[in-house]
Design a protein. Structure first.
Length: 262
Protein backbone atom coordinates (compact mmCIF):
# COMPACT_ATOMS: atom_id res chain seq x y z
CA UNK A 1 0.00 0.00 0.00
CA UNK A 2 1.40 3.39 -0.98
CA UNK A 3 1.76 6.20 1.54
CA UNK A 4 2.11 9.96 1.21
CA UNK A 5 5.88 9.54 1.57
CA UNK A 6 5.98 7.25 -1.47
CA UNK A 7 4.88 10.21 -3.59
CA UNK A 8 7.80 12.36 -2.43
CA UNK A 9 11.19 12.35 -4.19
CA UNK A 10 13.76 9.90 -2.87
CA UNK A 11 16.69 12.11 -3.91
CA UNK A 12 16.75 15.82 -4.75
CA UNK A 13 19.75 17.58 -6.29
CA UNK A 14 19.71 21.36 -6.11
CA UNK A 15 22.24 23.46 -8.02
CA UNK A 16 25.07 20.92 -7.72
CA UNK A 17 28.38 22.46 -8.74
CA UNK A 18 31.93 21.16 -8.43
CA UNK A 19 35.16 22.98 -9.24
CA UNK A 20 38.59 21.33 -9.20
CA UNK A 21 40.70 24.45 -8.78
CA UNK A 22 39.88 26.44 -11.94
CA UNK A 23 38.55 23.41 -13.83
CA UNK A 24 34.80 22.88 -13.88
CA UNK A 25 33.60 19.39 -13.11
CA UNK A 26 29.87 20.02 -12.95
CA UNK A 27 27.69 23.15 -12.84
CA UNK A 28 24.19 23.79 -11.48
CA UNK A 29 22.73 20.28 -11.87
CA UNK A 30 19.21 19.98 -10.43
CA UNK A 31 16.65 17.18 -10.57
CA UNK A 32 14.38 14.93 -8.51
CA UNK A 33 14.50 11.12 -8.46
CA UNK A 34 11.58 8.99 -7.25
CA UNK A 35 11.45 5.45 -5.90
CA UNK A 36 11.60 2.86 -8.67
CA UNK A 37 12.76 5.41 -11.24
CA UNK A 38 15.90 4.87 -13.34
CA UNK A 39 17.72 7.91 -14.68
CA UNK A 40 20.58 7.75 -17.17
CA UNK A 41 23.29 10.40 -17.34
CA UNK A 42 24.97 10.42 -20.75
CA UNK A 43 27.68 12.38 -22.52
CA UNK A 44 31.15 12.07 -23.94
CA UNK A 45 34.28 11.63 -21.85
CA UNK A 46 34.87 14.84 -19.90
CA UNK A 47 31.21 15.88 -20.01
CA UNK A 48 30.89 15.85 -16.22
CA UNK A 49 28.74 12.74 -15.83
CA UNK A 50 31.21 10.89 -13.59
CA UNK A 51 31.70 13.96 -11.41
CA UNK A 52 27.93 14.23 -11.03
CA UNK A 53 27.70 10.57 -10.00
CA UNK A 54 30.45 11.06 -7.42
CA UNK A 55 28.61 14.10 -6.04
CA UNK A 56 25.27 12.30 -5.84
CA UNK A 57 26.80 9.30 -4.08
CA UNK A 58 28.56 11.58 -1.55
CA UNK A 59 32.04 10.51 -2.63
CA UNK A 60 32.93 14.11 -3.49
CA UNK A 61 31.70 17.21 -1.64
CA UNK A 62 30.08 19.85 -3.89
CA UNK A 63 31.49 23.36 -4.20
CA UNK A 64 27.89 24.62 -4.20
CA UNK A 65 24.39 23.19 -4.04
CA UNK A 66 22.90 20.44 -1.92
CA UNK A 67 21.65 16.85 -2.06
CA UNK A 68 18.56 15.90 -0.08
CA UNK A 69 17.72 12.27 0.64
CA UNK A 70 14.48 10.85 2.06
CA UNK A 71 15.35 8.45 4.85
CA UNK A 72 13.37 5.28 5.62
CA UNK A 73 11.53 7.04 8.44
CA UNK A 74 10.24 9.65 5.98
CA UNK A 75 12.49 12.48 7.15
CA UNK A 76 14.64 14.38 4.65
CA UNK A 77 18.37 14.76 5.26
CA UNK A 78 21.02 16.93 3.62
CA UNK A 79 23.84 14.51 2.78
CA UNK A 80 26.58 16.96 3.68
CA UNK A 81 24.94 18.04 6.94
CA UNK A 82 24.89 14.48 8.26
CA UNK A 83 27.89 12.85 9.90
CA UNK A 84 30.45 10.80 7.99
CA UNK A 85 29.44 7.62 9.89
CA UNK A 86 25.82 8.17 8.81
CA UNK A 87 26.86 8.54 5.16
CA UNK A 88 28.87 5.33 5.44
CA UNK A 89 25.83 3.64 6.99
CA UNK A 90 23.71 4.72 4.00
CA UNK A 91 26.26 3.17 1.66
CA UNK A 92 26.05 -0.13 3.57
CA UNK A 93 22.26 -0.22 3.75
CA UNK A 94 20.20 2.09 1.56
CA UNK A 95 22.63 2.53 -1.34
CA UNK A 96 24.59 0.38 -3.74
CA UNK A 97 27.38 1.32 -6.16
CA UNK A 98 28.23 -0.76 -9.23
CA UNK A 99 31.67 0.12 -10.60
CA UNK A 100 32.66 -0.22 -14.23
CA UNK A 101 35.62 -2.31 -13.05
CA UNK A 102 34.18 -4.97 -10.72
CA UNK A 103 37.56 -5.33 -9.00
CA UNK A 104 36.82 -1.96 -7.36
CA UNK A 105 33.54 -3.25 -5.92
CA UNK A 106 34.64 -6.74 -4.87
CA UNK A 107 37.17 -8.25 -2.50
CA UNK A 108 39.06 -10.37 -4.99
CA UNK A 109 40.63 -12.68 -2.40
CA UNK A 110 37.33 -13.45 -0.65
CA UNK A 111 34.90 -16.11 -1.84
CA UNK A 112 31.81 -15.14 -3.82
CA UNK A 113 29.62 -16.10 -0.88
CA UNK A 114 31.81 -14.05 1.43
CA UNK A 115 31.54 -11.00 -0.83
CA UNK A 116 27.75 -11.14 -0.70
CA UNK A 117 27.64 -12.11 2.98
CA UNK A 118 29.81 -9.18 4.08
CA UNK A 119 27.04 -6.74 3.16
CA UNK A 120 24.59 -8.67 5.34
CA UNK A 121 27.03 -8.73 8.24
CA UNK A 122 27.47 -4.96 7.86
CA UNK A 123 23.78 -4.50 8.63
CA UNK A 124 23.88 -6.78 11.67
CA UNK A 125 23.21 -10.31 10.39
CA UNK A 126 25.23 -12.85 12.37
CA UNK A 127 23.66 -16.26 11.63
CA UNK A 128 26.16 -18.03 9.36
CA UNK A 129 23.62 -20.45 7.92
CA UNK A 130 21.16 -17.69 7.04
CA UNK A 131 23.91 -15.54 5.52
CA UNK A 132 25.19 -18.39 3.36
CA UNK A 133 21.65 -19.26 2.27
CA UNK A 134 20.99 -15.63 1.29
CA UNK A 135 24.28 -15.51 -0.61
CA UNK A 136 23.40 -18.71 -2.49
CA UNK A 137 19.96 -17.31 -3.30
CA UNK A 138 21.45 -14.12 -4.71
CA UNK A 139 24.07 -15.96 -6.74
CA UNK A 140 21.18 -17.84 -8.33
CA UNK A 141 19.30 -14.60 -9.00
CA UNK A 142 22.29 -13.21 -10.93
CA UNK A 143 22.77 -16.50 -12.76
CA UNK A 144 25.92 -17.72 -11.01
CA UNK A 145 25.85 -21.46 -10.18
CA UNK A 146 25.70 -22.20 -6.45
CA UNK A 147 28.63 -24.58 -7.00
CA UNK A 148 30.83 -21.47 -7.44
CA UNK A 149 29.89 -19.96 -4.04
CA UNK A 150 33.27 -20.80 -2.46
CA UNK A 151 35.35 -19.68 -5.45
CA UNK A 152 36.99 -16.25 -5.39
CA UNK A 153 36.18 -13.59 -8.02
CA UNK A 154 39.68 -14.06 -9.41
CA UNK A 155 38.43 -17.30 -10.98
CA UNK A 156 35.37 -15.60 -12.53
CA UNK A 157 34.97 -14.16 -16.02
CA UNK A 158 34.39 -10.41 -16.45
CA UNK A 159 30.65 -10.88 -16.85
CA UNK A 160 30.43 -13.12 -13.78
CA UNK A 161 32.39 -10.61 -11.71
CA UNK A 162 29.97 -7.87 -12.69
CA UNK A 163 26.97 -10.05 -11.82
CA UNK A 164 28.60 -10.89 -8.47
CA UNK A 165 29.10 -7.18 -7.79
CA UNK A 166 25.39 -6.64 -8.48
CA UNK A 167 24.46 -9.42 -6.04
CA UNK A 168 26.76 -7.95 -3.37
CA UNK A 169 25.05 -4.56 -3.75
CA UNK A 170 21.46 -5.74 -3.86
CA UNK A 171 21.44 -8.37 -1.10
CA UNK A 172 20.57 -5.70 1.51
CA UNK A 173 17.60 -4.45 -0.60
CA UNK A 174 18.89 -0.90 -1.13
CA UNK A 175 16.51 1.83 -2.21
CA UNK A 176 19.01 3.56 -4.51
CA UNK A 177 21.82 2.21 -6.65
CA UNK A 178 24.49 4.11 -8.57
CA UNK A 179 25.98 2.51 -11.69
CA UNK A 180 29.12 3.75 -13.42
CA UNK A 181 29.30 2.32 -16.97
CA UNK A 182 28.00 -1.08 -15.74
CA UNK A 183 28.52 -2.77 -19.13
CA UNK A 184 31.82 -1.09 -20.04
CA UNK A 185 34.56 -3.41 -21.24
CA UNK A 186 32.26 -6.43 -21.67
CA UNK A 187 31.64 -8.34 -24.90
CA UNK A 188 28.40 -7.46 -26.69
CA UNK A 189 26.73 -10.79 -25.89
CA UNK A 190 27.74 -10.49 -22.22
CA UNK A 191 26.45 -6.89 -22.15
CA UNK A 192 23.04 -7.98 -23.44
CA UNK A 193 22.72 -10.67 -20.77
CA UNK A 194 23.77 -8.26 -18.02
CA UNK A 195 21.36 -5.55 -19.19
CA UNK A 196 18.44 -7.98 -19.23
CA UNK A 197 19.37 -9.05 -15.71
CA UNK A 198 19.67 -5.48 -14.42
CA UNK A 199 16.41 -4.37 -15.96
CA UNK A 200 14.52 -7.32 -14.48
CA UNK A 201 15.94 -7.04 -10.94
CA UNK A 202 15.63 -3.25 -10.71
CA UNK A 203 12.02 -3.49 -11.86
CA UNK A 204 11.14 -6.35 -9.49
CA UNK A 205 12.67 -4.62 -6.46
CA UNK A 206 11.48 -1.11 -7.41
CA UNK A 207 14.97 0.27 -6.87
CA UNK A 208 15.75 3.82 -7.92
CA UNK A 209 18.92 3.97 -10.00
CA UNK A 210 21.25 6.52 -11.55
CA UNK A 211 23.21 5.07 -14.46
CA UNK A 212 26.19 6.83 -16.02
CA UNK A 213 26.90 5.61 -19.53
CA UNK A 214 28.28 6.77 -22.86
CA UNK A 215 26.13 4.13 -24.60
CA UNK A 216 22.71 5.49 -25.54
CA UNK A 217 21.44 1.97 -26.23
CA UNK A 218 22.11 1.13 -22.57
CA UNK A 219 20.30 4.31 -21.53
CA UNK A 220 17.29 3.46 -23.68
CA UNK A 221 17.04 -0.08 -22.33
CA UNK A 222 17.46 0.71 -18.63
CA UNK A 223 16.17 4.21 -17.95
CA UNK A 224 12.88 6.08 -17.67
CA UNK A 225 14.54 9.49 -17.81
CA UNK A 226 17.77 10.79 -19.27
CA UNK A 227 20.08 13.74 -18.69
CA UNK A 228 22.55 14.77 -21.39
CA UNK A 229 25.72 16.51 -20.19
CA UNK A 230 28.27 18.60 -22.07
CA UNK A 231 31.17 20.61 -20.63
CA UNK A 232 29.97 20.03 -17.08
CA UNK A 233 26.40 21.20 -17.67
CA UNK A 234 23.08 19.44 -18.17
CA UNK A 235 21.92 20.56 -21.61
CA UNK A 236 18.86 18.33 -22.08
CA UNK A 237 16.68 16.38 -19.66
CA UNK A 238 13.47 14.45 -20.14
CA UNK A 239 11.82 11.09 -20.72
CA UNK A 240 14.34 8.75 -22.33
CA UNK A 241 12.31 7.80 -25.40
CA UNK A 242 11.30 11.42 -26.05
CA UNK A 243 14.84 12.75 -25.79
CA UNK A 244 16.38 10.00 -27.92
CA UNK A 245 13.61 9.97 -30.55
CA UNK A 246 13.25 13.75 -30.79
CA UNK A 247 16.37 15.47 -29.39
CA UNK A 248 16.19 19.25 -29.28
CA UNK A 249 19.80 20.23 -28.59
CA UNK A 250 22.31 19.99 -31.49
CA UNK A 251 24.77 18.12 -29.24
CA UNK A 252 22.14 15.53 -28.32
CA UNK A 253 21.23 15.18 -31.99
CA UNK A 254 24.90 14.52 -32.74
CA UNK A 255 25.14 11.90 -30.00
CA UNK A 256 22.02 10.12 -31.22
CA UNK A 257 23.05 10.15 -34.88
CA UNK A 258 26.61 8.99 -34.18
CA UNK A 259 25.90 6.28 -31.58
CA UNK A 260 22.44 4.86 -32.10
CA UNK A 261 21.77 2.71 -35.17
CA UNK A 262 19.49 4.23 -37.78
Amino acid sequence: MSTANDELPLLVAQGLTKWYGRRLGCRDASFELYEGEVMAVVGESGSGKTTLLQLLSAQVEPSAGQILYRMRDGSTADLWSMSEPMRRFLFRTDWGYVHQDPKLGLRMGVSAGGNVGERLMAVGDRNYGAIRAAAADWLGRVEIPESRIDDTPRTYSGGMRQRLQIARNLVTAPRLIFMDEPTGGLDVSVQARLLDLLRRIVSEMRIAAIVVTHDLAVARLLSNRIMVMKDGKVIEHGLTDQVLDDPHEPYTQLLVSSILPA
